[in-house]
Design a protein around this ligand. Structure first.
Ligand code: ADP
Ligand code: MG
Length: 229
């Protein structure tokens, strides 16, 4: 398994009590597998992605990413694992307003210390694959919502991750564009053998994924619910 979460418990302080956001969660995603997580608002979906992204540490349980056990890894080691093995597309687009599309991608390569020339080749290859080649000199405000989301995805793939984590990629898009994004994610997952986890409210797109999990009150179970909040 490229991504494996075992018996994860996550709590947040909540006044003088604690809130259990993830309650003994198990998740295993193989290379080339596209998994969707659905469930009501506040059920723990984003927390699950934050754990998988090694951004937060669970109270108990283990996290393994691309063969690396991150559970007891140092902060430095976790940052390196995240940078080299995990692509993350957050719910809120975090494109930098002053940068062109091409530079949004090159910034990722700077962070990992690869050569500029190699990075530019990789960035242009991704932009071509995402139908963004003609947009490389545009800034975020000159792009449509769907184009911005594709830039986010391209950027997440810059460092050739094995794991791709995406939080609600279609929430800012109309139905047709939302379907196109999920279809693109399905293609990328297969083509690059990614272990992909997508949180979504969009039940219409679930036909394009390999497995559906439902989060409710911090508990993750197999299968889809018929309605989500
Ligand atoms: P979802 O993404 O399904 O809407 P979240 O993972 O964001 O759910 O939140 C799960 C629960 O944890 C909610 O009750 C939320 O209020 C709480 N929560 C999320 N993040 C924090 C935080 N940083 N501090 C305290 N409580 C949090
Ligand atoms: Mg969320």
């Amino acid at each position: 398994m490229t991504l494996k979460l075992t018996d994860i418990v996550l709590t947040y302080p909540d006044g003088d009590r604690t809130l259990t956001a993830l309650d003994h969660v198990e998740l295993a995603v193989a290379p080339g597998e596209f998994t969707a997580v659905v469930g009501p608002s506040g059920s723990g979906k984003s927390s699950l992605l934050a754990i998988a992204a090694t951004l937060i540490t669970p109270a108990s349980g283990t996290v393994s990413v691309a063969g690396h056990d991150v559970t007891n890894a140092s902060q430095v080691a976790r940052t390196r694992i995240r940078r080299d093995h995990i692509g993350i597309v957050f719910q809120q687009s975090n494109l930098l307003a002053s940068l062109t599309t091409l530079d949004q991608l090159l910034v990722m390569a700077d962070l990992s210390g690869r050569s500029t020339r190699e990075a530019a080749v990789r960035a242009r290859e991704l932009l071509l694959a995402m139908d963004l080649a003609s947009k490389e000199d545009k800034r975020p405000h000159q792009l449509s919502g769907g184009e911005r989301q594709r830039v986010n995805i391209a950027r997440a793939l810059m460092n050739r991750p094995e794991v791709l984590l995406i939080d609600e990629p279609t929430s800012a898009l109309d139905h047709r564009r939302g379907e196109q994004i999920v279809s693109l994610l399905a293609d990328l997952t297969r083509e690059h053998g990614l272990a992909t986890v997508m949180v979504t409210h969009d039940l219409a797109t679930l036909a394009m994924v390999d497995s559906v999990l439902t989060m409710a009150d911090g508990k993750l179970t197999a299968g889809a619910v018929t309605s989500v909040g």
